[in-house]
Design a protein around this ligand. Structure first.
Ligand code: ADP
Length: 516
């Protein structure tokens, strides 16, 4: 509005000023032309009035005939001033002195002054102009007698004042309309841009106050600009990410709290048992060799359980914190599957469970950490042996796949209840039934899953209660390449979604593992 007002004011000022000058010049030029006309008319009149005498005698007296003609009633006022000059006219007759430098000069005759006043009414829009024009002429009448004439035309009628007033009025109207229009447009624009920005501010405030559900409604096509719409979209995306991250952090915190509670619970049980044995040994039982040996044996069992628990916990926390760096190398998977199965055979034989191994004829070469994958298979096979009653069987099968390999561990054991199936990979989760509760710590499958995740593989389980379970581990041919490909695919699927790259070696285990 300021710019519009200033522009209109400047234009008005310049236009009015220039117009005023222009009309003044025009009036001056008009006056000059009319002076010439008046001179011509008066020349003829003087010629007629003086007849054969000179119009101005050598004594500088105007001929009486000329005086009479010019003084004739109505001649100077109505004819010359009103009709021809349209201005006040002063005529001075006398002898002419020709000055070559300054032009002709008139020495006024004593009876040589004639005046005619403009008395006629002005045309509509005309007004008297405060200008005048004087010209001196050295003339000769038709007989050749010389004389001088000085003419002054003053205060003519002109349209200057009314035209300038008209234009000023017009500019004032245009200016007012322009300013009013700019006011309306400015208000509309302000409204258009201010509303989405106000909503954006409200949503940011909501976010800053801790309410992460704050989002900005989509910008209507009639509001704001493409940039504001883009800003809104980006803001909402940022808010989504923030909410997601806070949720992940919250879940991680809860999980850590649960984990700590589980750990202390697990540690308390063997410690309490050992304290009891200790107290009993300090009492009378300590002197009796048979119970003493029994208590010491039980204590040693609890100690090895504690040691085993500590080892598993350390392992899991290392895997979790990403401290474990896989020693990846390209090797035949058959070797590590074979040795893992061989490690469980003794226990299986003791428990009367048959373990069979099915390996392909050719090598299955993939990039993996043989020690860790051996640990995975060892854990799965020892679980299968543990949860399979005497006479049952465990079948381990390795198959090459198009993009890696599949290792299957199937047993004919007790199976897992469908309700428990989603929880078996959680830390400290142990089945609800007697035989599963009493054995193990519930950490084995957590470790298995962590190692498989580090390899960017997948683990799946199928189980029927009373019929057995089947665990399948799928490993990619090259974990790093697979991670890159998955990331690129998820980036494409997300339409350029700018998720941060997942750190290699650690998967979204924290997010996709169901909570107990
Ligand atoms: P644990 O060290 O107690 O065996 P895991 O994490 O290895 O802990 O297993 C968790 C639970 O999953 C077990 O307590 C058991 O209930 C169930 N489970 C795992 N493997 C099998 C299987 N082969 N057959 C039946 N149940 C199984």
């Amino acid at each position: 509005m300021g710019v519009t007002t200033l522009t209109v004011a400047l234009i008005s000022l310049v236009v009015v000023n220039r117009l005023d000058d222009y009309f003044l010049n025009q009036a001056q030029a008009d006056l000059r032309v009319r002076t010439e006309t008046v001179k011509e008319v008066l020349g003829i009149t003087i010629d007629v009035g003086s007849r054969t005498q000179p119009p101005v005698s050598a004594q500088n007296v105007v001929d009486p005939g000329v005086v009479t003609t010019l003084d004739r009633s109505g001649f100077m006022d109505e004819l010359i001033a009103d009709r021809v000059a349209e201005a006040d006219v002063t005529v001075v007759l006398g002898l002419a002195v020709d000055d070559p430098a300054a032009g002709p000069k008139v020495v006024p005759a004593t009876n040589g002054r004639f005046e005619g006043d403009l008395t006629g009414p002005p045309q509509p829009g005309q007004a008297r102009e405060a200008i005048s024009y004087t010209a001196s002429y050295a003339l000769k009448d038709s007989q050749g007698y010389p004389y001088g004439m000085q003419l002054t035309l003053a205060a003519p009628y002109s349209y200057r004042a009314s035209t300038v007033a008209n234009v000023t009025g017009l500019l004032l109207v245009i200016g007012t309309v322009g300013i009013a229009l700019s006011l309306v447009v400015a208000a509309l624009l302000a409204l258009r841009f201010a509303s989405p920005l106000r909503r954006l501010t409200a949503a940011s405030r909501q976010l800053a106050e801790g309410d992460l559900s704050g989002r900005v409604p989509a910008v209507e096509p009639s509001e704001g600009s493409a940039e504001i719409a883009d800003l809104t979209r980006q803001f909402n995306r940022m808010a989504d990410r923030l909410e997601e991250l806070v949720e992940i952090t919250r879940r991680d915190r809860d999980r850590s709290r649960d984990f700590l509670a589980d750990v202390s619970h697990e540690l308390r049980t063997p410690i309490a048992a050992m304290r009891t044995f200790n107290e009993l040994l300090q009492d009378r039982a300590g002197e009796d060799p048979a119970p003493r040996a029994e208590f010491l044996e039980a204590s040693s069992e609890q100690l090895s359980r504690l040691d085993w628990l500590a080892q598993n916990l350390l392992e899991l926390s290392k895997l979790d914190s990403g401290l474990v760096l896989l020693e990846l190398r390209s090797a035949d998977l058959r070797d590590c599957v074979e040795s893992a199965v061989a490690g469980s055979r003794l226990t299986a034989d003791r428990r009367g469970v048959d373990v069979s191994l099915e390996l392909p004829a050719g090598p299955v070469v993939i990039i993996h950490d043989p020690l860790r994958i051996g640990q995975v298979i060892g854990n799965l096979v020892s679980n299968a042996v543990k949860f399979t009653p005497r006479g049952g069987s465990v079948r381990v099968r390795l198959r090459p796949m198009a993009d890696g390999a599949s290792i299957e561990v199937a047993d004919t054991g007790i199976g897992i209840d469908a309700t428990e199936l989603p929880h078996i990979f959680e830390r400290f989760y142990r089945g609800s039934r007697g035989e599963t509760r009493s054995s193990g710590s519930g950490l084995g499958l957590s470790i298995v899953k962590s190692i498989v995740d580090l390899h960017h593989g997948r683990i799946a389980v199928e189980s029927r209660l009373g019929q057995g379970s089947r665990f399948e581990v799928r490993l990619p041919r090259d974990p790093e390449l697979h991670a890159l490909a998955t990331e690129a695919a998820s980036g494409r699927a997300g339409g350029g979604d700018d998720r941060p790259a997942r750190p290699t070696g650690r998967d979204e285990r924290t997010t996709d593992r169901p909570r107990a």
